[in-house]
Write a protein that binds this ligand. Structure first.
Ligand code: ZN
Length: 447
């Protein structure tokens, strides 16, 4: 082999070597790590994953985690929190929907009622196929589909002085989504004893109210209302009506406030009351009275140290369902059956004291409509007295037999005041048109 050939061979080898390097560069082949280097590399990956949230949670909650007020820490606090929603109705549905979606760890629902067709216009988590189901089961079924990671706890009971504290003690925050005064006092006192913030909402007609009690040294419900209002002056959604979207606004605000309380963002509604008027679209905040030093339950020397009989205290049932007032003696009242069998066959007038709108929905034949507001304002009273003097009996009827009792009382007061002697001619129909529909005529619509 001559010298020329030798250099050819060397050149060939060099080309092969260079080609090999090109291939390696092109495939970005990483140099093999030693065992020590490999261990260090794995450690650096696991330290990156040390945030408490799973990749799935990061993806699911990313839009709220990136907020400075929430961050990974806030999300972790939410996942380790427990919230009690009392009432799976108009307020409880939107509130629990947003709390589940936001990823609270445990959500307890208290409700003893079943889903009814008349609930669906506002209690938007329940659906037509859940009519007749317990509300707690219906709501948990739906919310589990939204977020299966939440631990749902069902409390299918009526909250009472006997069970309230043991239930509330299991939770960090309590939402009052009920619609009656007795439960409001019960929840207030129980939350003061258990040292839990109480996020309270209410909605009626086009209006809503919302505040946070017993939090950040703010007042409790009793600080503001030491005694309950007279039972006959309180109107609930069943009697007064409500727009579903208004309960949606207030329930959503309750969820938002709970999220703020849990994540350590200060509550903006401790000591402040929101008044929402859906009809003119206004939100108004008013400052509440400060916590009272002599409050019977949260004051410095409280007189109430255990839960009370709240139904007796408020003179009304701790229920969002119909309330039955007892303003008259039995002999001032008549059952639907007795009215149908005998009374209606004697000369009489039947005065329906519901609103004009309700009277339009359905009414009994031959009844006349004088709304309770007119009766209480003593309008048409002279015409009624004239009829009575013609030896007619006067029967008052309403939806359930509450306003009709007030009408009898007013008529008696008016006749006595004006020197008439026909006070015994007035009676009301026990149970109102609801009793009529159930006992006399099943075709008469219930609403
Ligand atoms: Zn108080």
């Amino acid at each position: 082999m001559d010298t020329k050939c030798k250099s050819c061979e060397e050149l060939k080898k060099k080309i092969e070597q260079l080609e090999k390097e090109i291939v390696e560069l092109k495939t970005h082949k990483k140099p093999k790590l030693s065992t020590k280097e490999a261990n260090e590399h794995t450690e650096s990956i696991s330290s990156f994953n040390k945030c408490q949230l799973s990749n799935k949670d990061i993806e699911r909650f990313s839009r709220q985690i990136i907020l400075d007020e929430i961050t990974v820490k806030g999300q972790y606090m939410l996942q380790n929190s427990s919230v009690l929603v009392v009432g799976a109705g108009g307020l409880g549905c939107p509130a629990s929907l947003y709390l589940s979606a936001a990823g609270v760890g445990t959500l307890g629902i208290v409700d003893y009622d079943v889903v009814d067709l008349s609930n669906l216009h506002r209690q938007v988590v329940h659906t037509e196929d859940s009519i007749g189901l317990e509300k707690v089961d219906s709501i948990i079924q739906k919310l589990s589909r939204l977020n299966s990671s939440v631990k749902f706890t069902r409390h299918c009971v009526s909250l009472s002085s006997e069970n309230a504290l043991s239930i509330i003690n299991e939770y960090d925050v309590v939402l009052d989504c009920t619609d009656n005064v007795a439960t409001r006092y019960l929840l207030n006192d129980a939350c003061v004893f258990a040292k839990k913030p109480l996020i309270s909402g209410s909605a009626l007609r086009f209006e809503g109210q919302f505040t946070v009690y017993n939090h950040l040294n703010g007042p409790c419900y009793r600080c503001l209302y030491p005694v309950p209002p007279p039972a006959e002056t309180v109107t609930n959604c069943s009697d007064g009506g409500v727009i579903g979207a208004v309960t949606g606004v207030i329930g959503s605000l309750q969820a938002l406030e709970a999220i703020k309380v849990i994540t350590g963002n200060n509550s903006s509604y401790s000591g402040k009351l929101l008044l929402f008027d859906g009809l003119n679209g206004s939100f108004r905040n008013i400052k509440l009275r400060e916590k009272k030093k002599d409050c019977a339950v949260c004051g410095t020397n409280p007189s109430i140290k255990i839960l009370q009989d709240y139904e007796q205290f408020c003179g009304t049932k701790a229920s969002d369902k119909e309330r039955n007032l007892a303003l008259l003696n039995r002999d001032q009242r008549i059952t639907a059956k007795d009215f149908a069998d005998t009374a209606s066959k004697h000369p009489h007038i039947l005065i329906d004291v519901r609103s004009k709108v309700e009277y339009e929905i359905c009414s009994l034949n031959e009844s006349i409509n004088i709304p309770i507001s007119d009766i209480l304002a003593e309008k048409n009273m002279n015409n009624i007295i004239t009829t009575v003097k013609q030896n007619h009996d006067v029967y008052f009827v309403c939806k359930r037999g509450n306003d009709s009792q007030k009408a009898v009382l007013k008529a008696i007061e008016y006749t006595k005041k004006n020197g008439h002697t026909c006070a015994n001619k007035f009676k009301d129909l026990i149970g109102g048109l609801t009793a009529w529909s159930i006992n006399i005529d099943n075709n008469f619509p219930l609403y």
